[in-house]
Design a protein around this ligand. Structure first.
Ligand code: ATP
Ligand code: MG
Ligand code: MG
Length: 557
């Protein structure tokens, strides 16, 4: 039947495929998130996750997590695990977890079918010849090589030889017999199968040939009955060959639509570059908080809801988005604004002795954890004769536009009991450095009501008996990893743009005594939020049927 009609145009076959597809999907939206397990997911992927899982959830449909594992040379087990972990962290539960490699046999059979239909041929040209015949760098006129017209039987025999390991990589490839006259390079007989010698993580040494992205992607979408094949705009040109191949082997043809990539300016997201940063010690690992991998953002303390809120706020269009780091930070800040508890902290401590406080007296202050959100609760902090303030909040020389502490000046203690006035300063006789301040607590006991302070500074009390303050061995302040907005344009390469002081390490900082309780609470809160999102996502997959333990499942029968 197929041969009586132009590729893909047999109305009867079309209708049969449509019916079979409908019988499977029952009209529900089916999407997939198809990462190649060759690296950790980055912020850009969160848009792809949001688009695919979000679209399906919104329409009561289903979204697969499909590992596009057809390149054994680059894939590693740790990436598989991390990808699933991050999808779940963002609050989505795959309807099914699948692997392109589960379809290797079926894909192979379709490759044979392609040859039998005279729509594929084995080409023994060298990679250089193939490139030149496809018009070279200038995309000039295309030349059909001698293999293009070899008999079907010969291509079948050659493909068999490829499969049996009789060829080395690059000695033979299977190419689609498309249209060399077409204006679209993706139609110039793109490669369908190549010989690779690496063992595959799931199929071991069984296969010597592996399907390319161009061959695999559309057919796996078809097998899984994807209704909306959503991908980034660099695949616009591939859409034609995507459809060509589904038609050529007469399988259900999903519809591909494209959306723009998300890019953050001032950083790099390519795996090769991040790997170089890790291996060469510029960062401590793939989860270094200066990076934009999802594991790094998680480590930085950014809640998954903030990431989804950021990508959903950008909207989805075909235009790519170049977003400045500052805009991302701003978005995260406004997300955290109403949910993050506030703590007192002194980065660089300067000792203060309150002259009119008796030794051993402790005043407990109950303070809100958030100035505007009482539901976040309160923490109890102690105040006593010895406290610490930040060195930056004291100056020996006062001036009119300066409102914090100086000799004979009064300042408020943020959420503290009373303001303090500096009455004298102790200095190191050798260096002249200020070592301690003597202050008076303006508690009104002398009958004088203190003036209302113009500024309030952070402080912590020193009372070892109650564990105050919490001492921070090492505090890491992360600045931008690169100097410019476009590190990839730097000469000779992106390394030249690295900011050598992106990590600031501070020793000896101090935090209020409730820190550990709060840290625990914040952690529980983040966990709770993520679980809540997952529960919601599960419910929205419609019938609740899912396979979540990572076992491969057959999906197409
Ligand atoms: P990268 O090379 O950056 O890892 P990729 O194009 O190789 O990206 P995969 O790792 O295979 O992509 O990613 C799976 C899905 O995520 C694909 O559909 C891809 O288009 C999408 N994706 C990858 N990067 C981005 C991005 N920056 N913005 C939006 N979607 C992206
Ligand atoms: Mg990738
Ligand atoms: Mg890829």
């Amino acid at each position: 039947l197929g041969s009586l009609h132009k590729v893909g145009e047999n109305p009867q076959i079309r209708e049969d495929l449509r019916q079979a597809h409908l019988a499977f999907t029952k009209g529900k939206v089916h999407t997939r998130f198809p990462p190649e397990p060759n690296g950790y997911l980055h912020i850009g992927h969160s848009r792809a996750i949001f688009v695919n899982f979000g679209y399906a959830a919104h329409h009561g449909g289903r979204c697969y997590l499909r590992y596009d594992d057809t390149n054994p040379e680059k894939e590693e087990a740790r990436y598989f695990e991390s990808i699933l972990e991050m999808v779940r962290w963002l609050g989505y539960e795959p309807w099914k977890i699948t692997y392109s490699s589960d379809n290797f046999q079926r894909l192979y059979e379709l490759a044979v079918e392609l040859i039998k239909r005279d729509k594929g041929y084995v080409c023994n040209c060298t990679p250089e010849q193939i490139k030149a015949n496809r018009g070279g760098e200038t995309r000039g006129p295309r030349i059909a090589c001698a293999h293009r017209t070899r008999p079907i039987s010969e291509s079948l025999a050659e493909f068999e030889k490829m499969k049996n390991g009789e060829y080395k990589p690059a000695q033979a490839v299977l190419r689609m017999k498309q249209d060399l006259e077409d204006g679209n390079p993706q139609m110039w007989d793109v490669i369908a199968y190549r010989v690779l010698e690496s063992p595959h993580h799931k199929t071991g040494a069984h296969w010597k040939i592996y399907p390319t992205y161009d061959f695999t992607h559309c057919l796996c979408d078809s097998f899984e009955n994807i209704t909306h094949s959503l991908c980034t705009t660099e695949f616009v040109a591939s859409r034609q060959s995507y459809e060509w191949l589904c038609d050529a082997v007469e399988v259900y043809k999903p519809r591909q639509s494209e959306y723009g990539r998300l890019n953050i300016e001032g950083t790099v997201m390519s795996k090769r570059k991040i790997l170089a940063l890790v291996n060469e010690g510029y960062v401590t690992g793939w989860d270094d908080p200066r990076l934009y991998t999802l594991i790094a953002l998680r480590r930085r303390g950014i809640p998954p809801g903030a990431i989804i809120s950021f990508v959903s706020g950008l909207g989805v269009s075909t235009a790519g988005s170049n977003i400045q780091e500052a805009r991302f930070d701003q978005s995260v800040r406004s997300y955290l604004e109403s949910s993050a508890p506030r703590l007192l902290m002194v980065v660089s401590p300067l000792k203060v002795t309150i002259e009119n406080m008796p030794d051993g007296e402790v005043v407990w202050v109950e303070k809100p954890l958030h100035p505007k959100v009482p539901e976040l609760g309160t923490s109890r902090i102690p105040f006593a004769k010895h406290i610490y303030i930040d060195k930056e909040d004291f100056r020996t020389v006062d001036s009119k536009d300066y409102f914090r502490l100086a000799p004979n000046k009064t300042v408020g203690l943020f959420q503290g009991p009373h303001p303090i006035t500096c009455t004298s300063v102790k200095t190191d006789s050798a260096t002249g450095e200020v070592t301690e301040l003597i202050c008076r607590l303006e508690d009104g006991k002398d009958g004088k009501a203190p003036a209302k302070p113009k500024a309030f500074i952070q402080w912590v009390a020193e009372i070892p008996e109650v564990g105050s303050p919490v001492r921070v061995d090492e505090m890491r302040i992360f600045h931008r990893l690169f100097k410019s907005d476009n590190p990839s344009a730097a000469q000779p390469d992106f390394r030249a743009d690295i900011n050598s002081s992106s990590l600031e390490v501070v020793k000896g900082a101090m935090v209020e005594v409730g820190f550990w309780d709060l840290a625990k609470k914040a952690y529980e809160h983040a966990k709770g939020e993520s679980m809540e999102r997952t529960e919601k996502a599960k419910k929205s997959t419609g019938d609740g049927e899912r396979v979540g333990d990572g076992t491969p499942v057959a999906t197409s029968e």
